[in-house]
Design a binder for this molecule. Structure first.
Ligand code: NAP
Length: 290
């Protein structure tokens, strides 16, 4: 298998961390991103202790800060990247609306706007990569009819300033992430850079890190053993597959759930809404070209 250079966000813990172990075990080179130098170096040190042959380099990207993303991208100069893997994501539990340092609603900022900016700035690096690919970790929660409120992305109030609900913010962010994936795939020249999205499944063991109290206990000791739950190992295998499977070379705009390529929701495939979101977000990020 060809060895790839992969920039992975969200690698400090959870699914990103599990992916890192798997990718390194398969001989790939990793730029392992965490939001602080201490975290990035600590994970790299542990991975190297497990396998001294690991080719892993710590990098710092705080996704709640556009300046941090720009600083990192600037430090990359013309280094090639084969795979840009956006795994980091948040699901707020606080009923209080929070914002990034740039004033975006935090879930939208970290889960969508940050990956958009990072992607835009690293397109030159990807163009120098081998069979380059961008992968975004989405969620089946972008679909209507599941637990909690249905996703409802209001272009008049994208930052949920009027009425904030943390689970709505999460669902909207994962819907908007798919709009980004499909619209970017339409805008990039055919057969240049593949853009894909994947839901890892419901993984209570890592999702438990975002919750506290009874819910955390319930996730770790009850939901984890339910038939609808996905193990960290299975999720990591499916996530890694989308980064490296050769059959995806030359393909773009695929969406994966439970290890299978499936159609995402009707709304996520609405090209007009995707274009509208992409233009709105590009403007918010100050991006004039793609
Ligand atoms: N677990 C599930 O059931 C499930 C289901 C569907 C989709 N997903 C998606 O899968 C991805 C990984 O989920 P997970 O379960 O592994 O979550 P997790 O255990 O909570 O890990 C989240 C990762 O994102 C990083 N992160 C959060 N905010 C950041 C920021 N501002 N800047 C940089 N990094 C930041 C975290 O870094 P720190 O260590 O610094 O906090 C951590 O490495 C997410 O996109 C999530 O939405 C998960």
């Amino acid at each position: 298998m060809t060895s790839r250079t992969i920039l992975l966000t969200g690698a400090s813990r959870g699914l990103g961390r599990a992916m890192a172990e798997r990718l390194l075990g398969n001989g790939h080179s990793l730029l392992l991103a965490a939001r602080s130098r201490e975290k990035a170096e600590a994970v790299c040190a542990t991975l190297r202790a497990q396998d001294p042959a690991s080719r892993v380099e710590p990098v710092v990207i705080e996704l709640a800060s556009l300046a941090s993303i720009r600083d990192f991208a600037g430090s990359m100069s013309d280094r090639p990247i084969d795979v840009l893997y956006h795994c980091a994501g948040i699901m707020q539990q606080s009923r209080q609306r929070r914002t990034t340092v740039d004033g975006f609603e935090e879930t939208l900022g970290v889960n969508v706007l940050a990956p958009m900016l990072l992607t835009n700035l690293l397109l030159p690096n990807l163009r120098r990569g081998k069979s380059p690919r961008i992968v975004c970790v989405g969620s089946r929660m972008h679909r209507p009819g599941l637990r909690g409120p249905d996703p409802h992305f209001d272009f008049e109030d994208p930052d949920l300033q009027r009425s904030y609900q943390h689970d709505l913010a999460y669902k909207n962010s994962k819907l908007a992430l798919l709009w980004f994936v499909y619209e970017l795939a339409r805008r990039l020249p055919a057969h240049s850079i593949g853009v894909h999205a994947i839901c890892p499944g419901f993984v209570p063991r890592t999702a438990a890190d975002s919750v506290q109290g009874l819910m955390r206990f319930f996730m770790l000791y009850v939901l984890r053993w339910m038939p609808f739950a996905t193990s960290v190992e299975t999720a990591a295998k499916n996530l890694v597959d989308v980064a490296i499977r050769p059959e995806l070379d030359g393909k773009t705009a695929t969406y994966w759930e439970d290890g299978r390529c499936v159609e995402s929701s009707v709304e996520s495939r609405d090209a007009e809404r995707a274009r509208r979101f992409f233009d709105w977000a590009s403007q918010r990020l100050g991006l004039s070209s793609w």
